[in-house]
Every structure is written in C-alpha cells, then in structure tokens.
Write a protein that binds this ligand. Structure first.
Ligand code: PLP
Length: 396
C-alpha cells in the first residue's frame, strides 16, 4: 500500500522515459549463456575491440600522476583544444575551445539539448527508426516528439522536403543522425543542402547533429558533417565522442559543440548534473585524439568487411532483404515478409536460435518489419549467426 502511494509521487515526465532495449536483450542473452546455451550476441552496439593500448596507458599514467580531483566542469582545457584541432584536421572548420563541453558519454548531449530547448509548448523532430534515447529525452523535456521517417526506399535517408513540412513555429529543435543507428544509412549531401536551405525560413529552430559514427563510413554515399554549413553554425549543436571511434564505451566520454547562445547554459547543466568527467578518462581521451589514428582505420576496415559479409549473407536468405549499410556498424534487414512482428522475431530468434538482435520497433514505430544486427562482432560469429538464422527460418 505504502509502495503504491509512493509510486504515485513519481512525476509524469519520469514515467514517460523510454529505454534502450539493447541493454535488456544483453541481460537476457547473458542469462541464457550462463545456462550453457550457445549465444551469439549481435544485439549491443559497441565495438568488440579493446581500447587501444596507448590510450589505456595514458589513463593509467594520469591516475599515477595524481589526476584524482575534479576538473573544470566543461573539461580540461587541453582536451577541449584537442577536440578543436581534431575537428580542424578532419573538417577544416575552426571551432573555439570555449564552445566545447566534455561530457560522460555522447548520450548526455541528447539529454542536455532536449532540456535546453524542449518545453511544453514546443516540438522536437527526431529520426524514426532512430536511437531510442532521442524520443525518451524529448518526452522528458515536456516537448512534443515529432518523428520523421528514415525510409528504406531511399537508403534510409530522410526526404528533406518531407522533413521541412513537419516544421512549424513551435519547432525548437531538429535532431539528425548520420551515419545512423540503427539503419547504417548516411544522409546524402543533397538532402542536407535542402534541409539547411529550408531552415532559413525558420530562424528560431536549432539543429542537433549526432555524428558519433562519423569515422565509420565505408559505402558509396559520402558522409557530410553539418559543421560544413557555416550558415547554420550559430544554431548548431554537434554530438560526438570517443565511445565508438576509439572503442571506449565503458570510459563514458563524449563531447558537444554548442553555439555561443547555448554554451553557458549547457555548462551550467554539467555543473548541476555531473560536476565534471572522470579526470583520468579525460587524459586518455586526449591521447586518443593526439596519438596515432591507425586504430580508427583498422576498425573502420573491419566493420566494412563484416557488414559486407552480413549484408551479402542476409540477402541470400528467403524472405529477408537487406540494404547495403553505408556506415556505423549495423545491418537493418527487412523481415516484413515473415509472419512475425519484429518483437516476436527478436524474442524467438534469441530463445530458439541463440542469436541476439534488436527488434526494429525498439527504434520507433517505423522500425516495424525490421531487425537490427550489430556487425561489431567477429567474422566467425557473424557467419555462425547467419547459419543459425537460416536454420531458424527453415523451421518457422
Ligand atoms: C546514435 C547514437 N548516439 C549517441 C550514442 C551514445 O553514445 P555514448 O555511449 O557515448 O553515450 C549512441 C550509442 O549507442 C548512439 O548509437
């Protein structure tokens, strides 16, 4: 009884929070593995590589050197400078370290952007199928989440014309993500050009570009960073980080590039929420950016080969078709010809065949009829998973 009355005290905004199914599928897969079942986990979205040795050593050295205390809330100055040099090296765009906020994971930037720009009388546009935390954070902010479709027919891009029709005077923020989780698609420059041009008619609408997979691009469609559009820079937030690029998901490191109008408020959020990022992790992040970059090329090449194998093998299966992934490390095959919902397919595939994948609906309603497979697993595991999937399909 007491529990019930306390439960009633939870705010609606908290009850509206969504989640990331990948974590619950991971828990279920681990439980089945503990029971002795052969499980191949293509569910969770993290590189299967270890953090490169020189980066680990830099983290250890920082601890030994006594970096045990708080740092500046926005991040150590050297790291913010290194982020700007990295942006300049890769995009030839000059950003001031004053506009950089180092955070414990790129996810924080999604939350901060929604908290800074979402409110009850506002709308925020987000990709669907898309990373589930977008919708969750928008709901938490009180704003109305307005999905736009990443369409399989156009390589899982959005149509800028369609997206622009969804903007109105209440739209405070548009979230885009390329290369995309879960589709592996990349938004072509032509659509970005149209979007940025169209946004000239909505000067109060901000843009948040989640570019966390930007160094894993291997298809025919070139990746274009929104940093390359100077006209939008004063209302642009960039999300990026170390989790995927340097196989550092567990270190919890990310960054945001905020425009002058938002950086002070974003810094204040950081002070209120987490004070600063783990000091030694920031020194490791510094080494990641300043040290050799061949580890990034090695991973990109591995994901290219693995996603090609997965894409080709999936397309050999009856009733399943898969678009060629352009980047990130996911395949998003169409399973709509099978007589199963995405969620039932996910559950049966794990329980009956021992293959963990994520239902497309975990990424929004337009994900129905799709399944997400992570290619961040060895070639052997991918081939074994496809064998198991093939057997599973023949027994359906
Ligand atoms: C599209 C996208 N954005 C942001 C994140 C968050 O990354 P981090 O682990 O750095 O918080 C993820 C993680 O899976 C992601 O897929």
């Amino acid at each position: 009884m007491r529990m019930w009355s306390i439960l009633k005290m939870i705010t609606n905004r908290s009850l509206n929070l969504g989640t990331e199914t990948a974590f619950s599928v991971l828990a279920k897969a681990n439980k089945l593995a503990e029971q002795g079942k052969e499980i191949i986990n293509l569910g969770i979205g993290q590189p299967d590589f270890l953090t490169p040795e020189h980066i680990v050593e830099a983290g250890i050295k920082a601890l030994r050197d006594g970096h045990h205390g708080y740092t500046q809330a926005s991040g150590i100055p050297k790291l913010r400078e290194a982020v700007c040099s990295d942006i300049f090296r890769r995009h030839n765009v000059e950003i001031s370290p004053e506009n950089i906020l180092i955070v414990p994971g790129g996810k924080v930037i999604i939350f901060f952007s929604s908290m800074l720009l979402g409110d009850h009388d506002r709308e925020i546009l987000y990709p669907n199928p898309g990373f589930p935390i977008y919708e969750s954070a928008i709901r938490f902010s009180g704003a109305k989440p307005v999905p736009y479709h990443l369409n399989e027919k156009i390589g899982f891009s959005f149509s800028a014309d369609d997206l622009l029709t969804k903007i109105n005077e209440k739209t405070s923020l548009i979230i885009i993500n390329s290369p995309s989780n879960p589709t592996g698609g990349i938004i072509p420059k032509s659509e970005l050009d149209k979007l940025i041009k169209g946004l000239e008619d909505y000067p109060n609408t901000m843009l948040m570009s989640d570019e966390i997979y930007d160094q894993f691009c291997f298809g025919e469609t070139d990746f274009t960073s929104i940093l390359n559009y100077p006209s939008i820079r004063d209302r642009l937030i960039i999300l990026n980080g170390w989790s995927k690029t340097y196989a550092m998901t567990g270190w919890r490191l990310g960054y945001g590039v905020f425009p002058d109008s938002l950086i002070e408020a974003a810094d204040k959020l950081a002070v209120n929420v987490h004070s600063c990022v783990n000091a030694s992790a920031q020194y490791a992040a510094l080494e990641a950016l300043n040290g050799p970059q061949d580890c990034v090329t090695t991973m990109n090449n591995a994901f290219k080969i693995r996603s090609k194998i997965m894409f080709e093998e999936l397309n050999k299966l009856d009733l399943i078709s898969c678009k060629n992934p352009q980047g990130a490390f996911y395949c998003f095959p169409n399973i709509s010809k099978l007589n199963l919902s995405s969620l039932d397919f996910q559950n049966k595939l794990l329980e009956d065949a021992g293959v963990a994948a994520i239902a497309g609906t975990s990424f929004g309603e337009f994900g129905e009829g799709f399944l997400r497979f992570s290619c961040a697993s060895s070639e052997v595991s991918i081939k074994r998973a496809i064998e198991k999937l093939s057997l599973f399909l023949s027994n359906l």
